[in-house]
Design a protein around this ligand. Structure first.
Ligand code: UT7
Length: 409
């Protein structure tokens, strides 16, 4: 008897709550580093100014072969290694990005094919620098509803390709990179405890990338070219975004803590979007906590938008600043305007050493198979196309020959 193929895991029949735990994490970083001094060669700025006003010393910049998808793939593969699962175990891939490869196909779909995650749905999520927190929340909600069991959430950006390098207000801030987490269903209490997602579209003109869309930006007085904003390039009202960020960080962390039934004293670490050291310092003052409660690595990576929280999270875990049982907070803020906070109880980490050799080898094989599969499908489509184009000609030739045979000469 042929068994019906089902794409969804069976829904739990009992009423036991399901928890969404982070069980894998990883980064994908460009190899090239650009220091503040390197920047001064083509931007009217100085190392002293950048360090003093932002805390940034250097950032990673993608080379011509590195893209939002290749960096995201690297991060996802590293996260799968820690989670010790196969790509075919993944039900859902969400890529939070504001610098996607294309409007569509989604960067998540490109990564899904490269991973060989043949049982996964995939989509991109656009919420600028809050995107990672939004995406983890979407994945966690899907897990808790029982509709999926495993999700990969990626934050990946190549902002170097959308920066207006003549604008020193933004050119000095951003860098490229990716971070990813694997979320998994569990009956053990913990994982994502609460989240607060917010948006205020009235601040749309403060931060954006006017690009291909359904409207002509020249027609919009506030975000049109009349304002000096360039098509396909990022623009930001730094001062206003700075004030907005300071206002929402403390507010939304407090709301997320309330929802989780916790207070700031219960937090082991806050992993904020890495925008500016002065924003983090002001947020610490607003929350009346020591600055050391905040994870900060923007000195080496700058602002990587949706990738900055998972990149900082991975470093915090590597440094032992987060251990199982710890309550931690994520907080993102940026274009939209959007902002989001989340409280997570850290789970038992599956260290790479415990990674079963067999699963590891199967993962490696599946990446290779996925690469060849995608290639072969593409080649077979090209052959199909060629044959389709040749066939009518052959038909015409045959008709011509038959007509000639029937004719008298
Ligand atoms: O990821 C999304 C969220 N983004 C953010 O949260 C970014 C928030 N904004 C910021 O981080 C800061 O507003 C910036 C870093 C963008 C700017 O810092 P600021 O302290 O707000 O500087 P400012 O724009 O008020 O400019 C102060 C001075 C000005 O000179 P005058 O008019 O005082 O003579 C600027 O022309 O600094 C000058 N300036 C610079 N000088 C050297 C502005 N940018 C630069 C620069 N290098 N790159």
């Amino acid at each position: 008897m042929v068994k019906a193929k089902t794409t969804a895991p069976p829904r739990p029949r009992n009423t036991e709550p399901i928890y969404a735990h982070i069980v894998g994490w990883g980064v994908g970083l460009p190899e090239r580093t650009m220091t503040n001094d390197d920047l001064t060669a083509f931007v009217d700025t100085s190392d002293e100014w950048i360090k003093a006003r932002t805390g940034i010393h250097e950032r990673r910049i993608a080379n011509s072969k590195e893209t939002t998808a290749t960096l995201g793939l690297k991060a996802a593969q590293a996260a799968l290694n820690i989670a010790d699962i196969l790509p075919t175990d993944i039900d859902l891939i969400i890529c939070a990005t504001s610098s996607p490869e294309y409007i569509f196909p989604s960067t998540a779909s490109v990564i899904q094919a490269w991973l060989g995650a043949s049982n996964a749905g995939a989509f991109d999520l656009s919420a600028a620098c809050s995107g990672f927190v939004y995406a983890v929340d979407m994945a966690a909600q899907s897990i808790r509803s029982g509709s999926i069991t495993t999700a990969v959430v990626i934050g990946s950006e190549t902002f170097s390709r959308v920066i207006d390098w003549t604008d020193r207000g933004t050119a000095i801030l951003f860098g490229d990179g990716a971070g990813a987490v694997v979320l998994s269903a569990s009956s053990i209490e913990g994982g994502v405890l609460s989240s607060v997602l917010r948006s205020d579209g009235s601040g749309a003109e403060m931060l954006g990338i006017p690009t291909v869309g359904s409207i002509d930006i020249a027609d919009i007085p506030t975000i049109g070219v009349n304002e000096g904003h360039k098509m396909g390039k990022m623009h930001m009202n730094g001062g206003e975004v700075f004030k907005f960020a300071i206002r929402v960080i403390g507010e939304s962390i407090t709301q997320a803590l309330d929802l989780a039934g916790l207070t700031v004293a219960d937090l082991k670490l806050i992993v904020p979007h890495q925008a500016n050291l002065r924003i983090i310092q002001a947020a610490a003052r607003a929350l009346k906590v020591d600055e050391s409660l905040f994870m900060c690595n923007l000195d080496r990576f700058g602002n990587t938008s949706a990738a900055s929280i998972p990149i900082a999270l991975c470093e915090a875990v590597a440094l032992g600043r987060v251990v199982p049982g710890d309550n931690i907070a994520f907080v993102g803020f940026g274009g939209g305007l959007t902002w989001a906070s989340m409280i997570v109880q850290w789970s038992d980490p599956q260290s790479e050493d415990r990674s079963r050799l067999l699963t590891r080898q199967r993962r490696e094989i599946s990446y290779r198979v996925a690469w060849w599969r995608a290639r072969l499908i593409r080649i077979s489509r090209q052959i199909d196309d060629l044959v389709r184009r040749i066939r009518p000609q052959r038909g015409r030739m045959e008709r011509l020959r038959r007509n000639m045979d029937r004719s008298d000469f």
